[in-house]
Design a protein around this ligand. Structure first.
Ligand code: ZN
Length: 288
């Protein structure tokens, strides 16, 4: 019995020791396994996170591709038969759009005689840039594309050509003397499309050149370096906000804030003052 007790006691002690050993080891193990769990959690989450991100990224890219494809699919069909310089009226304009302008060829190698922008003297926007030329000089397509319009407008563009390009832009060539292409004709960058002239609202031979994105006349100088006959970059990023800012130099409409009208007047008087001092500008001012 004593022996049994002794054994029991030994067992009891050993049980106690074992229990305390378990609890001790548990106390030590718990943080370890907890930390391990964290490791596992992080390790498990990492690929999950990547999957989520890549899935998001993929759907985002797919979305962009689909939207671009939509534009591309309709590139040469959207309102193609429109006789208007802007066939995109009512189309939702994206906030930004990258436009591939590689392959650009200067429509004519003449100096800039008038810039894009609001003309206070005439109270209207000049939606293109004027390039000097002689009547009969060859005018070429700036990019690859398809001719959409060849028309005459007595009080405006005179004889003019509109080309819709593969890169999403449309270009307008005004005051021409002759057409060398017909609507629906595919043209490549640098291909002659017309002869320069002095038709329409124009006081001297020049090319009125416009670059439009979804009908919006973008400042051609924003994408093209007219001194060197090249584009500034391979990709021109159309920015709706910047475009809209550039349009705010127009006449102040009724109902606008007095502050805006004041600053506009300031700009106006400043601009007309500089116009008065520059006789050269005045002389060629009526060119459009
Ligand atoms: Zn012009």
């Amino acid at each position: 019995m004593q022996l049994f007790n002794k054994i029991f006691n030994i067992v009891g002690i050993s049980i106690t020791v074992a229990v305390s050993a378990v609890s001790v080891s548990a106390q030590y193990r718990l943080p370890a396994s907890h930390a391990h769990q964290h490791e596992n959690l992080i390790a498990n989450q990492r690929p999950v996170g990547i999957d989520v991100n890549s899935a998001k990224l993929n759907s985002y890219l797919k979305d962009i591709t689909q939207r671009e494809a939509l534009i591309d699919d309709e590139m040469f069909s959207y309102n193609w038969d429109s006789q208007s310089v802007n066939p995109y009226v009512g189309v939702e304009i994206p906030m930004t759009r990258d436009i591939d302008v590689t392959g650009y060829v200067a429509p004519v190698k003449g100096v800039v005689t008038s810039n894009y922008g609001y003309r206070p003297r005439f109270g209207r926007m000049h939606r293109g840039i004027d390039l000097n030329l002689n009547v009969g000089d060859t005018v070429v397509s700036a990019f690859d594309g398809v001719v959409r319009l060849t028309k005459f407008e007595r009080r405006g563009y005179g004889y003019y050509v509109v080309v819709r390009h593969d890169n999403g832009l449309e270009t307008v060539y005004g005051h021409l003397s002759a057409f060398l292409v017909k609507p629906n004709q595919r043209v490549s960058a640098g291909q002659p499309i017309a002869l320069g002239g002095n038709t329409g609202r124009s006081t001297g031979p020049h090319l009125h050149f416009e670059t439009r994105f979804l009908g919006l006349a973008v400042n051609p100088a924003a994408l093209i370096d007219f001194e060197n006959y090249v584009t500034h970059k391979d990709v021109f990023t159309f920015d709706k906000t910047a475009y809209e800012k550039s349009q705010k130099y127009g006449p102040v409409k009724k109902g606008r804030k007095a502050k805006a009208s004041k600053s506009s007047k300031k700009r106006k008087s400043k601009a007309s003052a500089s116009a008065k001092t520059k006789k050269k500008t005045k002389k060629s001012g009526r060119r459009s």
